[in-house]
Design a binder for this molecule. Structure first.
Ligand code: ZN
Length: 342
């Protein structure tokens, strides 16, 4: 074994599926990874607290049995792999695909990539993994000393097939992003700071009123944070809500906004490109789910192994929908083409 998968802190995320498959070649490698993740200092029986090597079973790598009280611990307990008959390696490879690939992969493509014989299995795995992405992150962003949060709103949507030219079904999306500073040495002795995006929050909002935009900010940005917006009246009361608020007078000049709100505009531009890449377009009903997926990927873009682990539910608890629940929800929706504009 050349690479120690358990040294995950130092492990670069594999750049290709074959590379990934070399890290997790079989059930034993995946099970070892789960075991080390759960018991970094060695196995402890959850019933009697006994430390030390458990009994292991070659044909059931996810079961660890306490040598003292015979209690079984299951490595997949609390993860989305719990109680499935699909091999761990298939789940691991599936999570890798979802974490590293572009959106809109169909269950058929997924089935082919994973070499699964049953479509239903591919469908179920794909949707359980996606459920991990579309669940919104709950904590509020911002609030670190010296860190600003840029807030703005944009329209997403565009022409609807069959409705002729013009704008239909435009959906208003509010966005907030942490602006971080990266110290950079440039030249011989000058130290330049460079701004880049931290975490992002995105939500569909009904309109540009103070109630909608203020409500978005209060649910997504930590109180007391320093916020930069344009001077739209919808943001005028943020100061009263306990934020440090700077409103930049735009006066219809887009360049002023680009200068003072560059990071959120970059996020919106990435979002629009990403939505355009979704093969069948996004219906307004499903837009929030896609915003959450974009947010999931964006916020973990520097940490793809974290994305992989959260998809499998290795950290935290995940309730994934069942196949029956998914099918019950399937309805036909009118679909807007994913042409996107502001
Ligand atoms: Zn025990």
């Amino acid at each position: 074994m050349g690479i120690d998968v358990l040294e995950r802190g130092a492990l670069p995320f594999p750049g290709s599926l074959p590379e990934f498959q070399r890290l997790f070649p079989d059930e034993a490698a995946c099970a070892a990874y789960l075991e080390r993740t759960r018991w970094s200092d060695g196995f402890v029986c959850s019933r009697c607290g006994t430390l030390g090597a458990p009994y292991r079973f070659a044909k059931r790598p996810t079961v660890l049995r306490c040598r003292h009280c015979q209690h079984n611990s299951y490595l997949t307990a609390g993860t989305i792999m719990e109680r499935t008959h699909t091999p761990l390696s298939v789940w691991f490879w599936a999570a890798y695909l979802v974490a590293s690939q572009t959106p809109g992969m169909s269950a058929i493509q997924f089935q082919r990539q994973l070499g699964l014989s049953r479509y239903e299995t591919a469908f179920q795995i794909l949707h359980k993994l996606r459920a991990g992405m579309v669940r919104p992150d709950q904590d509020r962003i911002g609030g670190k000393l010296g860190e600003n949060v840029e807030v703005d709103e944009t329209y997403v949507g565009g022409r609807t097939r069959g409705k002729g030219r013009g704008v239909h079904d435009m959906v208003l999306v509010a966005g907030a992003v942490e602006v971080r500073q990266r110290k950079r040495s440039s030249g011989l002795n000058k130290r330049k700071t460079r701004r880049y995006a931290g975490r992002v929050r995105l939500a569909v909002v009904p309109d540009r009123s103070a109630k909608s935009l203020g409500g978005f900010v209060e649910s997504t940005v930590a109180s007391g944070a320093s916020i930069i917006t344009d001077d739209w009246s919808g943001y005028a009361k943020l100061g009263e809500s306990g934020y440090g608020h700077t409103a930049v007078a735009e006066r219809g000049d887009r360049q002023v906004a680009e200068h003072f709100l560059p990071i959120i505009h970059l996020v919106f531009s990435n979002l629009q490109t990403w939505l355009r890449g979704i093969h069948h377009g996004v219906s307004p009903q499903h837009l929030q789910g896609y915003l959450n997926e974009f947010t999931f990927r964006f916020n973990r873009r520097f940490y793809p192994f974290n994305a992989f682990r959260s998809l499998l539910g290795i950290v935290g608890d995940v309730t994934a929908p069942t196949y029956a629940e998914l099918y019950a929800k399937k309805k036909s929706h009118p679909t807007i083409s994913s042409t996107v504009g502001r």
